[in-house]
Ligand binder design. Structure first.
Ligand code: AMP
Length: 429
């Protein structure tokens, strides 16, 4: 128990974490280019926020929340997604009194009590954006373009944008009735979950993962035929702007998304092999959410992508991310007399901005050179008894074995010069 993690959570080990840093830095940079600022929201919120915000009939709220009662008898929930928290923060901090639309991004862990499997965990990480306070189609197109560019820019292949409009409460009313009429004869053949969805939220039947339900909804009327004029115009303009920006998409009339708050634009992005089409990213417009949780009537749109799924896809597609250098200099002190000078030198080198590794166990030169090799040190500084007597160090360049003896006082500037020369050579090559 003590040394086993709970089901569905992961350790991200030092050997892997550089990939996370790489992708996170890339996402933060891209977010800046698209004009988004980070908003850090808490890991837990009042349970009602998710019930109200995400919707009582969604799978997430019905079955997947990590809800607990705290010592003050309050019902709290570990955030299963980021939108509700961002919406709450937007209202609570009156961000609507600033420039609109507000454009925010977040990155961090989410929690869902789901059946763990490859790419599905109970604690997972999402990067997401929200644009709140604008209804213009250009905002929708920008969100889709941003999401597309994340995967395209990382060099992934088979990046597909699945796009739909799920309409507004006005057009959905007529559509809901038409869908129920169509499904009524097959009601008892639907899976158990879909039978309960029939009255509460029949549109969710369209994206049921059960193969049988999937077959039963073939030929069902499409929301696209029921869009009111405003929703239709909005959808047309979103598509037109995407085309002008050169963002490829395919309209998927069965795309309704799992969470209840979506209105109008809904989209998902897949980048898998053909057949294995689980989404890496999903999002859409939520024009009633802010008001629903007690804020002003302001529309919003956002998306979230699963970091684990993104990294898995990069790996499946054989993408080579640039691994950062882990070590510039290795300081090899030989024998007990070298301990103080080794520590001093390491400290000075580190203060000068270099990445420095060393041995602590008094290993011999051969073992220390091996250790320097393992961390891919570019330079090794060797300090033996002779060097201590002369207040000198040997500087060895690992790439070509070149060695020079220098005075301890010059060591830091000499190493910096050597490293710059190595970098220039590398750049020229
Ligand atoms: P959603 O918030 O359900 O729209 O999910 C957005 C993205 O988060 C999905 O496309 C996945 O990439 C990721 N995701 C959702 N649930 C999980 C999970 N249980 N484990 C890992 N990633 C997930």
């Amino acid at each position: 128990m003590l040394t086993t993690k709970p089901r569905g959570v992961n350790d991200i080990l030092p050997d892997e974490v550089w990939k996370w840093h790489y992708v996170e830095n890339y996402l933060r940079d891209l977010a800046g280019r698209f004009g988004f600022q980070e908003l850090r929201i808490p890991i837990f919120e009042h349970t009602e926020l998710f019930q109200r915000g995400i919707g009582d009939t969604s799978d997430v709220v019905e079955k997947e929340m990590y809800t607990f009662t705290d010592r003050g008898d309050r019902s709290l929930t570990l955030r299963p997604e980021g939108t509700a928290g961002v919406a709450r923060s937007f209202v609570e901090n009156k961000l609507y009194s600033g420039t609109l639309p507000g454009k925010y991004y977040y990155v961090g862990p989410m929690f869902r009590y789901d059946r763990p499997q490859a790419g599905r965990y109970r604690q997972f990480n999402q990067f997401g954006i929200e644009t709140i306070g604008g209804h213009e189609p250009a905002i929708d197109s920008e969100a889709v373009a941003f999401a597309y560019e994340i995967f395209h820019g990382l060099g992934l292949e088979n990046v597909l944008v699945h796009l739909n409009s799920v309409g507004c409460p006005v057009c959905r009313k007529a559509y809901r009735a038409a869908l129920q009429d169509h499904l009524m004869p097959a009601l008892h053949d639907l899976c158990e979950t879909c039978q309960t969805r029939f009255d509460r939220n029949p549109m969710r039947i369209l994206d049921c993962k059960s193969k049988h339900c999937h077959e039963l909804v073939q030929g069902a009327p499409s929301i696209n035929q029921y869009l009111c004029e405003d929703c239709q115009n909005h959808f047309d303009q979103v598509k037109k702007i995407l085309e002008a920006m050169g963002i490829p998409y395919a309209v998927d009339q069965n795309l309704v998304r799992g969470l209840d708050y979506y209105t109008r634009t809904a989209f998902e992005i897949t980048a898998g092999k053909e057949g294995a089409q689980s989404a890496i990213c999903g999002g859409g417009r939520y024009d009633n959410l802010i008001e629903e949780i007690g804020g002003p009537a302001l529309p919003g749109i956002g998306f979230a992508l699963g970091m684990e799924r993104l990294l898995l896809t990069l790996e499946q597609q054989g993408s080579q991310l640039q691994k950062p250098d882990f070590c510039d200099v290795f300081v090899a002190g030989l024998g007990g007399n070298a301990e103080i000078l080794t520590s001093q030198l390491c400290h000075s080198l580190r203060l000068s901005g270099l990445r420095v590794q060393r041995d602590y166990q008094g290993k011999g030169l051969k073992a220390q050179m091996k250790a320097a090799d393992r961390v891919a040190a570019k330079i090794v500084l060797i300090i033996g008894d002779d060097e201590i007597a002369r207040q000198a160090v040997i500087c060895r360049q690992m790439a070509n074995g070149e060695q020079t003896t220098i005075s301890v006082n010059d060591a830091v500037s000499y190493v910096q010069q050597k490293l710059s020369a190595i970098k220039v050579e590398g750049d020229i090559k």
